[in-house]
Design a protein around this ligand. Structure first.
Ligand SMILES: Cc1cc2nc3c(=O)[nH]c(=O)nc-3n(C[C@H](O)[C@H](O)[C@H](O)COP(=O)(O)OP(=O)(O)OC[C@H]3O[C@@H](n4cnc5c(N)ncnc54)[C@H](O)[C@@H]3O)c2cc1C
Length: 413
């Protein structure tokens, strides 16, 4: 049996919008509620992200492959250097994509947001902007979602909390705010036009072992380049107003000129600073008609660039799990949602573990130890590279609808 009541998605980030597109594609009614306005989303300071093949491909299944490839830059490898530009490791990632998969893509976050938002618009999916969700009540006939400012609640057949690392839905599910784990690092990011010194298809990473400052530069399409700088800092520390540029320039001083130049050219109001928080692993993603997706369910360190990718995977598996469900019955819906969660646990747990392992690898200050660790890192990467990158880019399996082939036209490894 099929209800007309929509599945309510809270949060119009990568995960929420991909879920909306995937549910709609499977013929399920869906509405999205997002606390920010369109301007707040699209005018935020720029940064980039990588959609590894395990995420670009499902987005291709949703009909976005051509648009994304037109706006983004394919990624084929990663090169990592020390502060003096000596090679730490070089890793081919494209060799490890799966048959029929799209290439991995680096893209400006605003380009990705705009692509997802306009695809929802074109397909008639309602996104209600400027609506902050404060809680919900789950009942036998539906789940009622409440909003800030006494706006009348709405009732849905299910509620998907895709509201990020500080999820209100996660907090309600766990009976109070779930404390995050602070990685001990803050990240400065920016995007510039006409970036110079970038290598097509290859993010270049830098690490100054003496100070622990890391960074990276990569093309994000249309001649633009994204940069990041990562440094140890106390949680919640903020730069004095107007100091973002000066602070970024100061940090970049120990890293190669390609990064320094890009930082130099980025105006302070186009720089964003983010503390890196993630969650303890847990498998309480939902109860009754409620579930979680993306960072709300499993925020992880950013080191392997898999947070948004896992949100995309969640989204297509969720839609697959719901396609044949009885949405009117509480048990039908609850069974389908628990089925989605079980299908995701093992995969997300493994990806999260890899990310935590890389993010928390000890830094060695002693130069001989650093040299030895460098050798071991290279040895480890050469042995583990194949397995890890291949497994990392595995495509989600769709059991109810079958794995689509449309637009998935990448080359086999
Ligand atoms: C420095 C850095 C680099 C990264 N690089 C990569 C990368 O290269 N590749 C990758 O895959 N991932 C990367 N990530 C991780 C990625 O950004 C996140 O995992 C991803 O954005 C999570 O998507 P999401 O949709 O779950 O949550 P979010 O993107 O956080 O979206 C949540 C949405 O919910 C809205 N919201 C929140 N609360 C409410 C509420 N109460 N009511 C209504 N709306 C609400 C928010 O406004 C937001 O729009 C990186 C992260 C960082 C910090």
């Amino acid at each position: 049996m099929r209800t007309d009541r929509p599945i309510i998605v809270v949060g119009a980030g990568v995960g929420g919008l991909t879920a909306a597109l995937a549910l709609h594609r499977n013929g399920l009614p869906v509405e999205v509620y997002e606390r920010r306005t369109v301007a707040e989303i699209l005018d935020a300071p720029g940064s980039g992200l990588t959609l590894w093949s395990n995420a670009s491909t499902p987005l291709g299944w949703l009909g976005l492959g051509d648009r994304l490839q037109a706006r983004a830059e394919p990624v084929t490898a990663i090169h990592s250097f020390d502060a003096r530009r000596r090679v730490r490791f070089k890793m081919s990632t494209h060799r490890h994509i799966w048959p029929g998969a799209l290439p991995s893509l680096s893209i400006g976050r605003m380009d990705l947001a705009e692509t997802l938002m306009s695809a929802c618009d074109e397909r008639g999916i309602a996104i209600h902007y400027g609506q902050k969700v404060t809680g919900y009540t789950d009942g036998p006939d539906g789940v009622e979602v409440r909003f800030e400012n006494d706006r009348a609640g709405v009732v849905g057949a299910a509620l998907v909390g895709a509201d990020g690392v500080r999820s209100a839905i996660l907090a309600r599910l766990h009976g109070g705010e779930v404390p995050g784990i602070y990685l001990g690092r803050t990240v400065y990011r920016g995007v510039i036009e006409n970036a110079r010194g970038l290598v097509a298809g290859i993010p270049q990473l830098f690490h100054d072992e003496a100070t622990g400052i890391g960074g990276g530069v990569y093309p994000v399409g249309d001649g633009r380049g994204a940069w990041t700088l990562s440094v140890r800092a106390p949680a919640g520390e903020r730069d004095e107003p107007g100091r973002l540029h000066a602070r970024s320039v100061e940090l970049a001083r120990v890293l190669p000129s390609v990064l320094r130049d890009m930082v130099d050219q980025t105006p302070g109001d186009a720089i964003i600073r983010t503390d890196i928080w993630y969650h303890e692993w847990h498998e309480n993603w939902g109860v009754g008609r409620v579930t979680l997706l993306g960072d709300a369910a499993h925020a992880m360190p950013n080191d392997l660039g898999q947070g948004a990718c896992q949100a995309v995977e969640d989204a297509v598996v969720l839609a697959d799990a719901l396609v044949a469900s009885d949405m009117d019955s509480l048990t039908g819906m609850a069974d389908a949602l628990r089925g989605y969660e079980r299908r995701r646990f093992e995969r997300v747990k493994w990806v999260r573990e890899q990310s935590v392992r890389v993010a928390t690898a000890p830094e060695v200050r002693n130069p001989v130890g650093r040299w030895l660790l460098g050798k071991l890192t290279r040895l480890y990467l050469s042995l583990a590279e194949k397995g890890m990158w291949r497994q990392m880019q595995a495509l989600p399996e769709l059991t109810a609808t079958g794995t689509p082939v449309a637009e998935a036209a990448g080359s086999a490894p």
